[in-house]
Design a protein around this ligand. Structure first.
Ligand code: ADP
Ligand code: MG
Length: 238
């Protein structure tokens, strides 16, 4: 496991500055939520941490390692997306084992890890099914299983629940938190849903237009918002 630091990070796409000097410190094992309106730069921050996007200025550290130029596959991070991105022609077990196969992990070890992840996520009865035979919540669990088998230093979630209906979303929030309590893996979780942020985070980072407006525990933001933007955003209904 490892903490994460964004140090004076800036990002431009052409002439457009979308991340304008961001500093965020995430402790080892912390569950941190980046929250803010659509277009404020949440996904860009995650993608830079994962190495899917270069940074324009500044530094990103994972543990004591500066990773600015480290390719994604060498960052020891696993990311769960909103659209799951499961392979339709592969079974649940093969979906979960695929990244390990690419890394050359022996079959026995792959099977062991898939089994362990399936136990945690309640997927044991579904290992031979294909994604089209699963419900939305089950697919989301497979996407999480795919991340867990890699045993990464950091989990990244980009709006993982936004395609689920309201009831399932509430249930999955609890599942993701339980998973975190069990594995204690440093987690950076993006949502535009302030209720999700308030109920799940150890620490919330409120973003607005490429700038950090406030960082704090949910109750701190609620009780002592740093400015009107934070007060309005945290206080408004989802
Ligand atoms: P969020 O995830 O908070 O909704 P994003 O990080 O996706 O926001 O986007 C932040 C800003 O950067 C937006 O204005 C978006 O249009 C812009 N942007 C993101 N990716 C690209 C890209 N590849 N090229 C140009 N602009 C981009
Ligand atoms: Mg986004």
């Amino acid at each position: 496991m490892a903490g994460v630091q964004f140090i004076d990070v800036k990002k431009s796409f052409g002439a457009v500055n979308v991340i304008k000097g961001v500093n965020i410190g995430i402790d080892d094992g912390e569950f941190v939520i980046l929250v803010g309106p659509s277009g404020c730069g949440k996904s860009t921050l995650l993608r830079m941490l994962a190495g899917l996007e270069n940074i324009t200025e500044g530094a990103i550290r994972i543990g004591d390692r500066v990773v600015n130029t480290v390719p994604p596959k060498d960052r020891d991070i696993a990311m769960v997306f909103q659209n799951y991105a499961l392979y339709p022609h592969m079974t649940v077990a093969d979906n979960m084992a695929f990244s390990l196969k690419l890394k050359g992990t022996p079959k026995e070890e792959r099977d062991r890890r898939v089994k362990a992840a399936a136990d945690i996520l309640g997927l044991n009865q579904l290992l031979d099914r294909y994604p089209r035979q699963l419900s939305g919540g089950q697919r989301q669990r497979v996407a999480m299983g795919r991340a867990i088998v890699r045993d990464p230093q950091v989990f990244l979630f980009d709006e993982p629940l936004s395609n689920l209906d309201a009831k399932l979303r509430v249930a999955m929030r609890a599942e993701i938190k339980e998973l975190h309590q069990r594995l204690q893996t440093t987690t950076v979780y993006v949502t535009h849903d302030q209720i999700e942020a308030m109920t799940m985070a150890d620490k919330i980072v409120v973003l607005h237009d490429g700038v950090v407006e406030q960082i704090g525990a949910p109750l701190d933001l609620y009780d002592r918002p740093a400015n009107l933007f934070v007060a309005g955003f945290i206080g408004s209904p989802a």
